[in-house]
Each structure stands twice: as structure tokens, then as C-alpha cells.
Design a binder for this molecule. Structure first.
Ligand code: NDP
Ligand code: 2IT
Length: 445
């Protein structure tokens, strides 16, 4: 049996119930199999067995008092996956679907993604099954304070630096930071995505969406093409989708859809700057539903549907995992879509991803295309350590440079392993190799 098959058989038995985690590991190990053949010493050092086991998993009770004075209880997590390349680093997700499998998948992905950024960042993910939807600001604050009352003893600016993800944005990072500061009695860069007045970096809010578009530009530039004039389908309407659309508009593309967990809107005239400003107010201030966009601008709303049947040149899944299934991939290809860049983590099911690879379109997996968020978190950590604040232009320039470097290393790995332009293979190989070689150098830890 090949080394990869041996490890996967073991893992599927051991973590049989962790479907998202198994999916993420299956995808990565499939992609890196040629590396294992070239580097047999990985097997001797049981490298894969070590790499698929998180260094540490913390699970804890989060009690909090709701606005009616009742005690609610949620479950909190931090999966500290890998400290091979630096302090544990990765976001926190607050969503009712959060469980250990989801956070292990995200922590594993984060480890390879952070490796790709070229920075010194380990991999982690955390969060809670807390549902922020319909909660008051006071309830969110009390929840965040209770969550941090346990988490604070496990994190620190040189240990583990959390950030945002689904359901965790600027408001939540503020409450979490305030409670950490109070408990630890220190003002430090323990979280990223902070407010710019208290240690946050300019461009961090924009970074994931901007970086995704920069990556798409790099892929197209390699074919002497650009995003100008291209019709783009975008899913989600949160942080990544909003700033993805903003950058698409800047580069002359035409985004025509947005979605949330209830459905999607299709605006054939294009979502322009004014409409995007409306979406930002709707989602970030009023915390309403995307359906209201359809009412406000008199466009179609599709309840319970995803936007992948809308004809487009390029697609940007920016909501959540497994949101793009096989029939959706077939529809995209049939309608002429030639580029898919993942703003979300693992939004494409494996069968759909294989269709993209087989069709030879420009397909960027999340660990490459959405790495701009965590890369800019790395820039925030650097600024915090140096006690400086770079200008918007400076951070944006560095973000663009990092996305170029990520594209270059994924592309080069694809060439090196005989699958030129296969970014799924290239990103996994490049991310994996850096972590793997460092693990070998650091011995059995
Ligand atoms: P937000 O919470 O800001 O937005 C999430 C969006 O996705 C909302 O529109 C939400 O709709 C929708 N969504 C969430 N869960 C589901 C679901 N189960 N089914 C359908 N729609 C859903 O999160 P982000 O924009 O920050 O994150 C989006 C994706 O990008 C995630 O996969 C995240 O891991 C990834 N990512 C985020 C980074 C960041 O810096 N923020 C960095 C790299 C990746 P609703 O409002 O109805 O819940
Ligand atoms: O999935 C991700 O890369 C993030 N949610 C961002 C993590 C970070 O530490 O900025």
C-alpha cells in the first residue's frame, strides 16, 4: 500500500465521524502524493501521521447570560494544529455548524495556507457553535467575554494569535481583545483584525477579498488576460464577498450576484459602488438579509438557491465550505466560466474540483486564493512588534507582493511536478513541502 493510502486508511478509521476533516486531508494528500514518491524519507519519519494530528485541541464551556436574564451554554474550541513555522495562527468562527470536525479541517487547511504565505505563521482555528444571528450587541459582548475568559490562558502574541472568520468581525474582535487585555493585564498584538486606532492594520478588513482578486489577476496575466469586462458570480455577502466585489469593481469586472444562507440576488446590470455601499450597511450595520437588496433595487431573488447557474466568465465562492457541488460545477463550465478563485475555505466539493481541473480552467483553491487575509494578519503582527503603523498603500503593496509570491510558488510547483497550471496540485505541494521539510529539521516533536 502506498504511504498516502496507508495514512488515509488509518485516519478514516480513527476519525471516521469527522467528514469535513477527512475531506480536507484527502484532498491535500491526493495532491501531494508525487512529493511522497520523490521524498521517501517522509515515510521513515512518519511525517504524515504527525502532520494530520493537531498538536493540541482545547474544548471548553462558554456560559453567558442572555437579555432575558437566562443562562445560555455554548461550546468553545481552539485547535492548535501546527507550530512548525511560527506561533499558532488562524481565525475564530462563530456559527451553529461549528464542531470539532469543521475546526480540524480549517486548522489543517490553515497550516498549509500559512506556509504558502512565506511568513512565519503556524496553523490554528477556533470558535464556537454560538449563533450571532438575532443576538443583541450586549449578548455578543457577554458571549465574547465569557469565551475569552477561558481562551486567554491558551493564547498570546508569541503563542497563538486568533483573528476573525465567519461570524467574527471587527465588533467581536473588539470585545475579545478588551477581555484579553483585562485578564492578562497587557496590551499586545494577541489578536489580528483589531481596530486601526488600537493596533489594527490598515487593509486587514479588505485583505481576503482583495487578495483573492489579486490572485485571479495573476492567473489571468499568465495567459495575457485580465478581469476587465468579465461577468463575475460571487457567493456570500460577508467580509470576503464585500471586499472581493469592491476590488472586482476597481479592476473593471462586473459582479452580478451575492448570497447569504437564505438565497441569492442576481443583478444583471452589475453591483456597482453605490449598491455595494448599500450591501455593507445592510450586512454590517443593520445585519439584515440579502433579500432586501432585491426589494431595494428591483432585481431577482432566488430563495434557498446558490448562484452557480448564472452564466459568468469567473466565479468567486466566498460563503462557506461545500457550497459548490458537482452539478453546479457542470453548470458553470457549460455556461463558459473559465476561472474559479475560492475566497471561502473548501467551498468546492472534491468531485466539482476535479471537474475544474479536468476542464483545464484557471482554478485556485482557497489555501492559495484566500491567503491574503492571514498574510495581512502577519503584516499586522509585524507592525505590532515594531510598534509602527504602515500606510494603506504600503500594506496593500505588500499584500499584492505576497499574493504574487503565492501564485509564483504554486505555479512553479505545478511545473516542477509535471502538471503545469494545476493550482490545486501546486498550492498543496508548495504549502506542504515547506512545512514538511521544517518538521524533519525540527525532529520528532
Ligand atoms: P462572514 O461571517 O463575514 O460572512 C459569511 C457569509 O457567508 C455570509 O453571507 C453568510 O450568510 C454566508 N454563510 C455562512 N455560512 C453559510 C452557510 N452554512 N450556508 C450558506 N451561506 C453561509 O464571513 P467571512 O466573509 O469572513 O468568511 C467567508 C468565507 O471566507 C469562510 O469560508 C471563511 O472561512 C473564509 N475566509 C475568511 C477570511 C477572513 O479574513 N475573514 C480569510 C480566509 C478565508 P448569513 O449571513 O446568512 O450567515
Ligand atoms: O481562514 C482564514 O485564513 C482566516 N479566517 C483568517 C485567519 C487570520 O489569522 O487572519
Amino acid at each position: 500500500m502506498s504511504y498516502k493510502d496507508e495514512v488515509l486508511a488509518y485516519l478514516h478509521q480513527k476519525d471516521a465521524h469527522e467528514s469535513e476533516f477527512l475531506q480536507a486531508v484527502d484532498e491535500a494528500l491526493d495532491a501531494i502524493e508525487p512529493v511522497l514518491e520523490r521524498k521517501p524519507h517522509y515515510r521513515k519519519t512518519r511525517l504524515l501521521e504527525r502532520m494530520v494530528e493537531p498538536e493540541r485541541v482545547i474544548m471548553f464551556r462558554v456560559p453567558w447570560i442572555d437579555d432575558n436574564g437566562n443562562c445560555q451554554v455554548n461550546r468553545g474550541y481552539r485547535v492548535q494544529f501546527s507550530s512548525t513555522l511560527g506561533p499558532y495562527k488562524g481565525g475564530l468562527r462563530f456559527h451553529p455548524t461549528v464542531n470539532l470536525s469543521v475546526l480540524k479541517f480549517l486548522g489543517f487547511e490553515q497550516t498549509l495556507k500559512n506556509s504558502l504565505t512565506t511568513l512565519n505563521l503556524g496553523g490554528a482555528k477556533g470558535g464556537s457553535d454560538f449563533d450571532p444571528r438575532g443576538k443583541s450587541d450586549d449578548e455578543v459582548m457577554r458571549f465574547c467575554q465569557s469565551f475569552m475568559s477561558e481562551l486567554f490562558r491558551h493564547i498570546g502574541p508569541h503563542i497563538d494569535v486568533p483573528a476573525g472568520d465567519i461570524g467574527v468581525g471587527g465588533r467581536e474582535i473588539g470585545y475579545l481583545f478588551g477581555q484579553y487585555k483585562r485578564l492578562a493585564n497587557e496590551f499586545s498584538g494577541v489578536l489580528t483584525g483589531k481596530g486601526v486606532q488600537w493596533g489594527g492594520s490598515l487593509v486587514r478588513p479588505e485583505a481576503t477579498g482583495y487578495g483573492m482578486v489579486y490572485f485571479a489577476q495573476e492567473m489571468l496575466a499568465a495567459h495575457k488576460d485580465s478581469l476587465a469586462g468579465k461577468t463575475c458570480v460571487v457567493s456570500g455577502s460577508g467580509n470576503v464577498a464585500q471586499y472581493g466585489v469592491q476590488k472586482l469593481l476597481e479592476v473593471g469586472a462586473k459582479p452580478v450576484t451575492l448570497s447569504d444562507s437564505d438565497g441569492f440576488i442576481h443583478d444583471p446590470d452589475g453591483i456597482d459602488e453605490d449598491k455595494l455601499a448599500y450591501v455593507m450597511e445592510l450586512k454590517n450595520v443593520r445585519r439584515g438579509r440579502i433579500k432586501e437588496y432585491a426589494e431595494r433595487f428591483d432585481v431577482a431573488y432566488y430563495e434557498g438557491k446558490k448562484p452557480w447557474d448564472i452564466p459568468c466568465d469567473a466565479a468567486f465562492p466566498c460563503a462557506t465550505q461545500n457550497e459548490l457541488c458537482e452539478p453546479s460545477a457542470q453548470a458553470l463550465l457549460r455556461n463558459g466560466c473559465r476561472l474559479v478563485a475560492e475566497g471561502a475555505n473548501m467551498p468546492t466539493v472534491p468531485e466539482a474540483a476535479h471537474l475544474f481541473v479536468k476542464a483545464g480552467i484557471l482554478y485556485a483553491p482557497g489555501k492559495a486564493a484566500n491567503a491574503g487575509g492571514v498574510a495581512t494578519s502577519g503584516l499586522e503582527m509585524t507592525q505590532n512588534s515594531m510598534r509602527v503603523s504602515w500606510s494603506f498603500e504600503e500594506v496593500d503593496k505588500r499584500l499584492r507582493g505576497l499574493m504574487q509570491a503565492i501564485h509564483e510558488s504554486a505555479y512553479r510547483a505545478s511545473v516542477d511536478y509535471g502538471v503545469r497550471g494545476n493550482y490545486l496540485a501546486g498550492a498543496n505541494i508548495a504549502g506542504f513541502t515547506r512545512v514538511a521539510d521544517a518538521m524533519v529539521e525540527q525532529g520528532f516533536v
